[in-house]
Design a binder for this molecule. Structure first.
Ligand SMILES: [Fe+2]
Length: 385
C-alpha cells in the first residue's frame, strides 16, 4: 500500500484484451480492498486463478485461550514454546482479540506448500534469518530485522537460506495495516517529518511466470480455521501487475528515531497503524537533553491499551532479566514503569542501543496457553524491592 508499483507486461488500459504469444487471453484479476473503493492491484495471469481441484478441512491449532488468566503484568520467554514447523505451522499464538493476534515462531523447516491468510493482513518481523518472500508479485529478498507487510489474500511462501536459527514475531491484523496518516501529506507521500520515507520501503521484483500444472497445495487460513486447497496451476503465473496492493519490506534500522529535550511518549515510536491497534518500534537513539532529564519512562497506567513488547536486541533501560525473544504484556488498567533503581540509573545516560517491537491494542487482549506455559511466575512482583 505505500505507493504505486508496476512490474512486467501490462495492456495499455485496464479491462481490455491482453493476449499471450499463443493468441489466448491473459486472465486479469482485480485485487481490491474495501469493495471497489480502496487501494487495488491488477494482476495478469496466464491461467484463471480460480482453477481449484479440491478443497478440504485442515486441522491446525496455534494455541488455545487461557480462560482464567488474571489481570496483571506478564513476562514470557517465548523461546520456551518453540516447536518444529514451517513458516506458518510453527507459529505460537500468545494474544488475540477481534482486531489482532500476536504470534512468535522458530521456523525449522521448508515446505512445498503455499500459504494465504484470507482474512487478515500479516506483519512478520524477521528476528533471525534471511531469505526470500515469494509471491505472485515476485521475489522480495529479506534479511534480519525486516518487517514484511503482507496484504490479506496474498499467496506466498517464505524461503529461508537455512533453518538453523530462524525466529519471527508475527502480527495478524483483521483490518488493513497502514502507514500512519499523520506521516503522509494530502497526496499520500511521506512527510519530511516522518521517521521513514519511500526509499526505505522495498517491493517485490516480478520473476518469470511459472506456467505449470502439476497440482499445488495451498493452505488457506480464514479466522482460526484452515483448509487445504489444491490448485491446478502454479499460482505464480503473472505476466505483469500494477497497483498499490503488494507485499513490502522495511528494516527496523531504517527507522530514524525522533528525540526530544524531555521524555517523549511512545507515540514517537509509531511505525504502522490498523483498526484498534498500532505497531511501534524502539531503536538506538540519543536520550533527552534537558540537564535534569529522566530518560527512563514515567510510571503509566494504560487505561486504554494493552502493551505487548517483543525484545529484539540490546540492554533494555527500564527492565532487568530481559533477553532477545522475551515478551512483556503490560495490561490495561494496571500501572507499570521502570523496575527498582532503573529510573535513577537512567539519569545522565546519553543514549540507548535497545531494539524492540511493540503492539499497543485499544481493546482487551485474550491470553493463550503459551503465556501460561512460558511466563515468569515472579514478574508481577518484580517492582517489589
Ligand atoms: Fe508502557
Amino acid at each position: 500500500m505505500p505507493f504505486y508499483m508496476s512490474q512486467g507486461e501490462l495492456p495499455a488500459k485496464r479491462h481490455i484484451m491482453f493476449k499471450r504469444q499463443d493468441g489466448q487471453l491473459y486472465r486479469e484479476e482485480l485485487f481490491s480492498t474495501h469493495g471497489f473503493s480502496g487501494i487495488y492491484s491488477n494482476k495478469y495471469h496466464y491461467n484463471m486463478p480460480c482453477k481449484t481441484l479440491s478443497v478440504e478441512v485442515m486441522p491446525m491449532n496455534y494455541g488455545n485461550a487461557w480462560e482464567d488468566s488474571l489481570l496483571q503484568n506478564y513476562k514470557m520467554d517465548t523461546r520456551k514454546s518453540d516447536r518444529r514447523g514451517n513458516f506458518f505451522s510453527a507459529r505460537n499464538k500468545y494474544f488475540f482479540n477481534d482486531d489482532v493476534a500476536v504470534y512468535t515462531a522458530s521456523v525449522t523447516e521448508d515446505t512445498h506448500q503455499f500459504y494465504r491468510n484470507s482474512y487478515a493482513d500479516e506483519v512478520i518481523f524477521i528476528h533471525e534469518g534471511e531469505g526470500v518472500l515469494a509471491s505472485e508479485y515476485g521475489h522480495l529478498e529479506f534479511r534480519k530485522w525486516d518487517y514484511l507487510v503482507i496484504p490479506r489474500g496474498t499467496t506466498y511462501q517464505l524461503k529461508f537460506n537455512n533453518y538453523n536459527d530462524v525466529r519471527m514475531f508475527v502480527v495478524e491484523s483483521n483490518s488493513m495495516v497502514e502507514i500512519p496518516r499523520n506521516y503522509r501529506n494530502e497526496y499520500g507521500q511521506l512527510l519530511e517529518t516522518a521517521p521513514y520515507c519511500e526509499r526505505d520501503i522495498r517491493g517485490p521484483v516480478l520473476q518469470e511466470a511459472i506456467v505449470e500444472q502439476e497440482g499445488y497445495e495451498l493452505v488457506i487460513k480464514y479466522g482460526d480455521r484452515h483448509q487445504l486447497t489444491r490448485l491446478q496451476w502454479h499460482p505464480f503465473d503473472l505476466a505483469g501487475w500494477d497497483g498499490y496492493v503488494f507485499p513490502w519490506a522495511f528494516n527496523i534500522d531504517e527507522f530514524a528515531p525522533i528525540v526530544g529535550k524531555i521524555h517523549l511518549p511512545p507515540t514517537i515510536h509509531l511505525l504502522l497503524t490498523a483498526r484498534n491497534f498500532v505497531i511501534c518500534n524502539f531503536v538506538p537513539r540519543l536520550f533527552d537533553f534537558h540537564p535534569e532529564a529522566i530518560p527512563a519512562p514515567y510510571y503509566h497506567s494504560n487505561i486504554d491499551s494493552e502493551e505487548v513488547l517483543y525484545y529484539v536486541h540490546g540492554e533494555f533501560m527500564s527492565r532487568t532479566g530481559i533477553d532477545a525473544g522475551s515478551v512483556t504484556l503490560h495490561r490495561k488498567g494496571v500501572p507499570h514503569g521502570p523496575q527498582p533503581h532503573k529510573t535513577e540509573d537512567s539519569i545522565g545516560k546519553k543514549e540507548t542501543f535497545e531494539y524492540a517491537v511493540m503492539v499497543d491494542t485499544f481493546a482487551p487482549l485474550k491470553l493463550t496457553e503459551h503465556v501460561r506455559q512460558t511466563m515468569d511466575q515472579d514478574y508481577n512482583r518484580s517492582w517489589i524491592e
